[in-house]
Structure formats: C-alpha cells, structure tokens
Design a binder for this molecule. Structure first.
Ligand SMILES: NC(=O)c1ccc[n+]([C@@H]2O[C@H](COP(=O)([O-])OP(=O)(O)OC[C@H]3O[C@@H](n4cnc5c(N)ncnc54)[C@H](OP(=O)(O)O)[C@@H]3O)[C@@H](O)[C@H]2O)c1
Length: 254
C-alpha cells in the first residue's frame, strides 16, 4: 500500500478535472494537500473541504502559475503553512482548441506562460523545499498524446505539452542528484471541462473504446490520478525523467 502520511503535496490546477482527482487521491493516500486555482475559488474550497473531511490538512491558494511572482508567493505560502513540500503535481494548463493557422501571438504567449514557463517558475521556487524532503522529493507533470501525435485543433497545446516533457527530463538532470524525481504522466482523453469544449467532443468520447484495449472501460481522471500517485510515492524512487502513458493502450493501437 502507498502511504503518504506526513507528506505535503501541492497540486496546481486542482480546482477541477484531473488536478482535482490527483489532489483527492494523494489525500486518500495520507498526504496533506495544498489546492491551487486561478479563477475557481469556490470549487477549490470544495476540494479542500473534501480533503479536510478525510482528516488531512488542506489549504487553498490562488496563484496564476504563469506569473513568477504568484508562484513564488504560493511556494512561500506552502512553506509557511505546511513547513515543507514533498510532492509537486503540475496539472494546471490552458490554451484554446483552434487550428494553428488562426493562432495569434497572444494565444501562443498565454499557452506558453501557463503551461510551460510555469514549470520553470515552479521548480525554481520549489526546488529547495523538495530537495530537503524526507525521502525523495517528487515532481509529476501532466502531459498528453499531443506531444507526439497530431490531433485536430490541438497544435498549440500539443506544442506546449511536448516542451514540458523535455523540461521534465532536464529538470531530472538538474535535480536528480539533489534528491528529486521529475516524471511525466501522459494521459489519454479524459472527459473534463476543457475537453468538453473540443469540437466534436461527443464523438471523440464515444469513440474511445475502439482504440483502447481495456474492454468497455473509459479512462477517467481517477485513473490518471492513480498513475500520479505511483510517481509521487517511494515505489517510484528509481523512476527518473520518464513518461508514464495512461490511456488504456490507445496510443499503441494502429
Ligand atoms: N482532459 C484530458 O483529456 C487530458 C488529457 C491529457 C492531459 N491532460 C492534462 O491534464 C491537466 C488537467 O487537464 P483537465 O482536462 O483536467 O483541465 P481542466 O478541467 O480545464 O482544469 C484546468 C485546471 O487548471 C487550472 N488553471 C488554468 N490556468 C491556470 C493558471 N494560469 N494558474 C493556475 N491554475 C490554472 C484551472 O483552474 P481554475 O478552475 O481556477 O480555472 C483548473 O483547475 C492539463 O495539464 C492537461 O493538459 C488532460
């Protein structure tokens, strides 16, 4: 059994969707959890209340992960409230679904700031805490098939996700000998607020079982959270700079 009792986790973008599932899963495993959001304050409070109801410590912090100052304040808050940080899960992401041909500089900058630059701000600020964690510090970042497959309307987000995978490997190189693991969870299509806005979402959700190899079972946020839990736990201490694909086999099916 994975027991994270006494560990402190920060999950970016945990007011909704996969980030929320990760926050709840880590708390179920015993961790105290800081819930981050940027606009959904009420939803973030509800996640924190659910974590507190499990008997864990929970706190909420509003921070735009694309803004260095916000990130530094958030990590300062974690240190002050929780005394340290053992696990950082970076799930926050943005970027509209549109063809690259109509993507503007503004779209590009927003997606790059929130999805990619955030990962630099976060680890620069959090590395000292993660390095002094009891046991190895754990960083898990959420990515998608858009890193290596072409998906309709997904060019911009896919580009940011590919950049994140490379950054994760380089952070592993820089922080690995200092006690920190940095890994990626590459999730298949999960029905969340963001993917419900995908053009043709209903058909894409319905078509998932034709590619997966797990019978009729649909990938859910909780399945992704289980993989994140593994990479956040001591069971994965020797897994470094890797990408764990959680998609029921869809990505290897021709
Ligand atoms: N859903 C999928 O099929 C899928 C597949 C593969 C990978 N992923 C990845 O999994 C992660 C979560 O996806 P999701 O579908 O669960 O997304 P979602 O439901 O749209 O939730 C996005 C979360 O990110 C937060 N967020 C957005 N911009 C932020 C910012 N600037 N600062 C801080 N928080 C911010 C949102 O906070 P507010 O609620 O406050 O706005 C929300 O909690 C993303 O990294 C995504 O790329 C998703």
């Amino acid at each position: 059994m994975i027991d994270l009792t006494g560990k402190v986790a920060l999950v970016t973008g945990s007011s909704r969707g996969i980030g929320k599932a990760c926050a709840l899963r880590l708390a179920e495993a015993g961790a105290d959890v800081v819930v981050n959001y940027v606009t959904s304050g009420r939803e973030a409070e509800e996640v924190a209340e659910a974590i507190a109801a499990m008997g864990r410590k929970a706190a909420c912090i509003r921070a735009d992960v694309g803004e260095q100052e916000d990130v530094e304040e958030m990590i300062g808050f974690v240190k002050a409230e929780c005394g340290g940080l053992d696990i950082l899960v970076h799930a926050a992401a943005t970027g509209g679904f549109r063809p690259l041909a109509v993507t503007t500089q503004r779209h590009f900058d927003a997606a790059m700031h929130t999805n990619v630059l955030s990962f630099v701000h976060l680890l620069k600020a959090a590395a000292p805490l993660l390095e002094s964690a009891a046991g190895r510090g754990k960083v898990v970042v959420l990515s998608s098939h858009g890193t290596h497959m072409a998906l309709p309307m997904y060019g911009l987000i896919g580009g940011t996700k590919a950049a994140l995978v490379s950054l994760a490997r380089h952070w592993a190189l820089e922080l690995g000998d200092r006690g920190v693991n940095v890994n990626v969870v590459e999730a298949g299509l999960v029905e969340t607020d963001s993917t419900r806005r995908l053009p043709g979402a209903a058909e894409m959700f319905a078509g998932r079982t034709t590619k997966t190899m797990v019978g009729e079972r649909m990938l859910e946020a909780a399945d992704v959270a289980d993989a994140v839990l593994f990479l956040a736990s001591p069971l994965s201490d020797l897994v470094q700079g890797q990408t764990l694909v959680v998609d029921g086999g869809a990505a290897i099916h021709v």
